[in-house]
Design a protein around this ligand. Structure first.
Ligand code: CA
Length: 648
């Protein structure tokens, strides 16, 4: 009887597998996250479940190369499973000591010509990652991947937080796309974008009450293009899309040129029943390794920069001296001297200015235009980064005069052409001991770990737009509640924030009124993560801003040992805790129209003495010293467009 029962169960399982064409599965180490792999009529697909809830319905897999179509007419030839364990340290991301554990599934397929393709999955407790691995096919050692069938099919009731891909050769001086769009706000799947350009990574999806998913990619090197999401269908399918051919002024291919054996980047799906795993994920870094050794130890820290508030007119010696003095007064490690220094100050006088900075204990970042021939951005220095010959000559001078880092701006797009350029700058800069910040650029995809001298990228509607746009000033709090859950979750974000000017211009008297509170501003200094932060403080803030806020900004760290989700909902409010050494900082901001009362559970602060920075109801900054109770329970009130910080 028992045997009969067993064989019936076996038969049932077999029939179910045939019906649904399931060929393999893999679970996370804790068993909650499950990947299911299918092949139906030669077409591979996968689905993802978390705690028994469907996160992704059957979603297409496959790539299309110039050697053949690997999305259809495939045969499954077998699979292997194993486990992956990795421990590493990383000083400049959200966490310093990381343990990655995953279960691996390697599934093998063949096309009609018996050429192989492997789809490799790694399932950790809250992340599914996968990539395509292409072997050498006989004598064929090179191919072009032209497009992908890969998709993410969410249940139709899913809502989205997605940032549209910008059109090619648009915006200022034809410098787009630069990942500087707004976001859909909890909107249904399937909303078309203007021009059907799709959405940038990362994309956040809320699967009703069943969970959350953040989709991104990592491990993009010079060997591939950067991808993004297509527009979604109203059934909830978003596909992996390659760059628009019109990017880079139409120059360069939109696919990927691969040496065989080769692999695509990893695509990642971070999953949770709350936003906690999304805030805390290290998956962009877990899947990659350093591509070269650091030529020296790089030092992270805080900086001042005149351009953000004082703008182009401040590119002169006297104003830069004021900002060097401000950095020295704040105890900051850096000044960023922005665009136009080459003509307005000149190389010779720059050497004197850099020496002056050094005499005050301040190191220097310098701005460069990445152009080049792919857009019209006029600011100098131009044509110093875009060829190997000019770049190395420039970097030799930079090293000689003791510059520590560059901010390179105005890139062309996401083509492999651009990825090669990013990598070339990073690799050469390391040879000359220079750190690199990118602006007007793509999302970094694992680069903090891959390139030891990479600091961070803009790739966000950053602080500059608060100066330029009333609409962005009105939405400042809204965007600030999105970034910890989306953009900043997968990569360092060079935002350039923390304004203590009430008016966002040099006079601080009339003009662009800041609509968020002072405490909101310092909270973003904790909420937003980048290992070097150029803050938007101005010399007058030393006398016109509350002293306790300036004191806070003198001690603010920019590197973190731990990051924890505390509370929040994208578009409404966000509360994040970060630890630097032994000290915890908890920061929150509120984008709602009403005051928000939160009862927070902060066990890391149980019984500890802390300072609480908060807003009164007319949004003046206040500070009190408190002792947190033994349960670690804390009640705070966040004013509209206000915030709080708890500092241990
Ligand atoms: Ca920008």
């Amino acid at each position: 009887m028992k045997r009969l029962f067993l064989s019936l169960t076996f038969l049932l399982a077999l029939t179910t597998n045939i019906l649904f064409a399931q060929i393999a599965t893999q679970k996370s180490p804790d068993g909650k996250l499950e990947l299911l792999l299918f092949l139906e009529e030669g077409q591979p697909s996968y689905s993802v479940e978390y705690s028994g809830k469907t996160i992704l319905e059957k979603s297409p897999l496959g790539i299309i190369t110039n050697e053949g179509d690997f999305s259809t007419d495939l045969t499954f030839t077998g699979h292997k499973t194993s486990s992956v364990e990795k421990n590493y340290t990383q000083e400049k991301i959200k966490q310093s000591t990381i343990r990655y554990e995953a279960n691996r599934l390697v599934s093998s397929f063949e096309d009609v010509g018996q050429r192989g393709l492997e789809i490799v999955f790694q399932v950790s407790n809250n992340d599914v990652a996968f990539r395509y691995e292409l072997p050498q096919w006989g004598e064929r050692r090179a191919c072009v991947v032209e497009m992908e069938a890969t998709g993410f099919k969410f249940p139709a009731f899913t809502t989205t937080f997605l940032s549209p891909m910008m059109g090619a050769m648009g915006a200022f001086a034809r410098t787009s796309p630069s990942y500087e769009s707004g976001y859909t706000n909890d909107e249904p799947v399937g909303k078309p974008t203007y021009g059907n350009l799709g959405y940038v990574f990362p994309g956040l999806f809320r699967i009703g009450d069943d969970g959350w998913a953040l989709i991104s990619e990592t491990g993009v090197t010079s060997q591939y293009c950067a991808s993004h999401l297509s527009d979604g269908t109203k059934e909830g399918l978003y596909r992996v899309a390659y760059p628009d051919m019109r990017q880079n002024n139409g120059f360069g291919s939109s696919g990927a040129q691969l040496s065989l054996p080769g692999a695509t980047p990893w695509r990642t799906i971070t999953v949770g029943s709350s936003l906690k795993p999304i805030v805390e994920t290290t998956i962009p870094f877990d899947l990659v390794e350093p591509l070269y050794q650091a030529s020296q130890e790089y030092r992270y820290g805080r900086g001042t920069w005149s351009w953000i508030v004082w703008q182009d007119q401040s590119m002169n010696r006297d104003d830069q001296v004021q900002y060097i003095d401000l950095a020295a007064e704040m105890g900051y490690e850096y000044i960023l001297i922005d665009a136009l220094w080459d003509t307005n100050i000149g190389y010779k006088r720059m050497e004197e200015l850099i020496s002056y900075a050094h005499s005050k204990g301040v190191d220097v970042f310098l701005w460069y235009n990445s152009n080049g021939g792919f857009n019209d951005a006029p600011q100098g220095p131009r044509n110093r980064m875009n060829t190997s010959i000019a770049r190395k000559e420039e970097m030799k001078w930079l090293k000689k005069v003791g510059v520590k880092g560059l901010k390179v701006d105005f890139f062309g797009g996401d083509k492999q052409e651009s990825m090669r350029y990013y990598e070339d700058i990073l690799s050469d800069a390391n040879d000359y001991g220079l750190m690199i910040i990118f602006h007007g650029c793509t999302l970094p995809r694992g680069w903090e770990r891959m390139y030891p001298n990479f600091v961070g990228s803009e790739a966000v509607l950053a602080s500059e737009m608060l100066i330029f746009s009333q609409d962005v000033r009105e939405k400042e709090a809204f965007f600030a509640t999105l970034h910890p859950f989306i953009r900043n979750s997968v990569g360092s974000m060079e935002f350039g924030g923390v304004f203590l000017n009430k008016i966002l211009n040099r006079g601080n008297k009339r003009g662009q009124i800041r609509l968020t509170s002072d405490v909101f501003q310092i909270a973003t200094g904790i909420l937003f993560q980048n290992p070097v932060q150029m803050f938007a403080l101005t010399p007058n803030n030393l006398t016109d801003a509350p002293v306790f806020l300036i004191d806070f900004m003198k001690e603010i760290p920019t590197t973190w040992d731990e990051t924890r989700y505390i509370d929040g909902y994208p578009g409404k409010y966000s509360v994040i805790a970060r630890r630097h050494g032994e000290k915890w900082f908890i920061a929150g901001v509120n984008a709602l129209e009403e005051p928000l009362e939160l009862d927070l559970s902060l066990p890391m602060l149980a019984g500890e003495k802390v300072e609480l920075f908060y807003d009164n109801n007319i949004k003046e900054a206040l500070v009190t010293s408190n002792k947190i109770n033994k349960n670690g329970q804390v009640s705070v009130t966040l004013q509209p467009k206000g915030g709080f910080v708890i500092k241990q």
